[in-house]
Design a protein around this ligand. Structure first.
Ligand code: FUB
Ligand code: ZN
Length: 621
């Protein structure tokens, strides 16, 4: 089964991703750390350590932002060390160690404000969600060679298992995350008990009686203070769909509820299905995946179309202007896709992974990684812009950990095969001693040179994903047998000797996408894709707004002469714009005044680079 390469095996990451990673190391991480300090997130830990009470600041799950930041910072330090980041890591580690209770419990809201509420409101409180992020931070720090938080993580898990487990109390967290973390802890430590705990949590979800539902039987006993504000409570009864607890996962076939919860849960369930070779679980996951990717996912890979409950609605309900498509949900989808690929190496999952990473996730950050979108609409009418931070700031540090660990998503290997999911400019060493360097301007260009250097003859397979969007693909590896095609990969099964270079060209042409007619929002509209990148039209002024135009597709879409701020090719398409602003509100028998114009398109992920603007992905034809 393929898995990602430890970051330490990489010598460098450059090009498109190198830009994001170095911006993150030099600006984004410090910016986020300052926010963590200024908003009291670090102070919460310090206050616990100081024995204070009643001083918790912010949302109940704010600890997770510190952990996610720490995870990102640890990855980032491997290839882009930065002294200020190192100092902040140190502060975070010290604060976390000092805040942990004797019995391993660690959740600053309860420690500071409500000590007798421990483990009483699982549906809502996020205690295990936060501990999951703590575990993931520890694993990242381990990669950096710093294992000081590992005892904290292990003790926190022990604290969970002192209360919960097959022979104890049934329960997990209303917001999944601990499950993925436990599988990762199993992979990191080799201790099966962590995976078994996660398997048990996966199996308990959706069963009756539901520990989450039972909390509502006696809300005050379980510290549920305001029923009206609980998303898990609808029409006077428990609404298990919100947290994927309406039925056992093996009986689920549709993606429902809160989108981040869903995709974290199914990432874990995917790990569980693979570990246990559980066909029933796998086939449920396949059905849920199909429902999501065939009926409920935006063309940008964004998921969860409504802000009401931050989640899914109905098949084909994909509004553009009010799209929620939370950045974290996109990230969670990339994680799930990665786990699907690992258990069944075919390119289907990578097609989704690439779509969401290059579009619906990266739209969540500015190019310098210091301002963010929480939701990622596919249309704007001049009323939204990226923010430096949020009260509920789950997305910025989540983006940071995704960017800093992008190699995990692009490149995987097992004992027989190196899988290249998408070209990423980098240099790395495989466990068998092969040295690989990839030169590419992807996603701006479709070419890549993959150089493999072998100090001794080494048999190994190189599997290169053929992207779903590429109509023509050329691969040249001098002296090699023609590639074999396997599950969407071009596979070179070679005995590598000396230095050899595989030249790859994915033909990139602007492609015109239409959507299923049931997506009423997109009727009479098209979207434009170039390589893996979805494009949009954007204007700072209302008079030039893309909402006023119709594309004229009788002429080819051209590559523009200018580059976008992020260095991507721009595209140029002919359009007809309705321009006359002087007339009355309504008028009889007037032909609209139309002006022919050349419309520039930029990557959707870069929209809003100059502040509030008018933008559309789905353009009228
Ligand atoms: O509940 C923790 C995080 O806050 C969720 O993942 C996000 O959707 C936001 O609600
Ligand atoms: Zn978020």
């Amino acid at each position: 089964m393929p898995s990602s390469l430890p970051l330490k095996q990489f010598r460098s990451v450059g090009g498109f991703w190198g830009h994001y990673q170095s911006a993150l190391a030099s600006k984004g991480l410090i910016h986020q750390w300052n926010q963590i300090v200024e908003t009291g997130r670090l102070q919460n830990f310090l206050d616990v350590a100081d024995g204070k009470s009643g001083t918790h600041q912010g949302y109940r799950f704010n600890d997770s932002d510190v952990y996610k930041w720490l995870e990102a910072a640890a990855y980032s330090q491997v290839l882009n060390p930065n002294a200020a980041v190192e100092a902040a890591i140190e502060q975070a580690i010290q604060a976390i160690i000092a805040a942990q209770a004797q019995d391993g419990y660690l959740f600053t809201l309860i420690q500071l404000n409500k000590p007798d509420w421990k483990w009483r409101n699982l549906v809502h409180m996020h205690e295990m969600y936060c501990l999951g992020h703590l575990i993931e931070a520890c694993i990242a720090l381990n990669q950096l060679g710093d294992s000081r938080l590992m005892p904290v993580a292990l003790k926190a898990v022990e604290c969970i298992t002192n209360t919960f487990g097959p022979d104890k109390r049934v329960g997990s967290c209303g917001h999944p995350e601990i499950e993925v973390a436990l599988y990762r802890l199993w992979q990191e430590t080799g201790q099966k008990k962590y995976a078994e705990l996660a398997d048990w949590m996966i199996d308990c979800r959706g069963q009756r009686p539901s520990p989450f539902e039972e909390e509502f039987n006696n809300p005050s006993e379980n510290c549920i203070v305001d029923l009206d504000r609980c998303c898990e409570w609808k029409g006077g009864k428990y609404y298990g769909e919100y947290l994927q607890d309406d039925k056992p996962i093996r009986e689920q076939d549709t993606i429902v509820g809160h989108s981040v919860r869903a995709a974290y849960l199914y990432s874990a369930a995917q790990l569980s299905a693979a570990r246990r070779k559980d066909q029933n679980l796998q086939s449920a996951l396949d059905q849920i995946w199909a429902n999501l990717t065939e009926k409920r996912m935006y063309v940008t890979g964004g998921i969860g179309s409504t802000g009401d409950g931050e989640g899914f609605t109905a098949d084909y309900d994909l509004p553009n202007l009010n799209a929620y498509a939370e950045t974290c949900a996109g990230i969670a989808l990339a994680m799930w896709a990665r786990r699907s690929f690992e258990s069944n190496p075919s390119t289907d999952a990578i097609d989704v992974l690439e779509k969401v990473i290059f579009n619906g996730i990266l739209s969540g950050t500015s190019l310098d990684t210091t301002s963010y979108f929480y939701d990622n609409p596919l249309e704007s009418r001049g009323n939204t812009e990226r923010q430096p931070w949020f009260g509920c700031a789950c997305c910025p540090p989540n983006l940071a950990r995704l960017i800093a660990s992008i190699t995990d998503y692009a490149i995987q290997s097992d004992t027989k095969t190196l899988y290249i999911g998408f070209p990423l400019e980098c240099e790395f060493m495989l466990a068998n001693g092969l040295e690989v360097s990839i030169k590419t301007q992807y996603p701006h260009k479709g070419e890549a040179e993959i150089k493999v250097k072998a100090l001794k003859p080494t048999r190994y397979r190189l599997a290169l994903r053929i992207p779903d969007w590429a109509e023509e693909v050329t691969t040249t590896l001098p002296g090699a047998q023609p590639a074999e095609y396997e599950e969407g990969f071009a596979v070179f099964d070679e005995v590598w000797e000396g230095e050899r270079t595989l030249a790859v060209e994915f033909e990139m042409e602007p492609r015109i996408l239409s959507s299923h007619p049931k997506v009423l929002e997109n009727l009479g509209r098209v979207a434009i894709q170039y390589g893996p990148t979805i494009y949009c039209a954007e204007s700072l002024s209302e008079s030039d707004a893309p909402q006023r135009i119709n594309l004229d597709l009788s002429e080819d879409i051209q590559l523009g002469s200018a580059r976008s701020k992020g260095g991507a090719p721009t595209l140029e398409v002919q359009a007809l714009r309705q321009s006359d602003d002087d007339g009355p509100l309504y008028e009889y028998d007037q032909e609209p005044k139309i002006v022919q114009t050349a419309l520039k398109l930029i990557p959707y992920r870069e929209w809003n680079g100059s502040g509030k603007s008018y933008m559309q992905v789905w353009l009228r034809v």
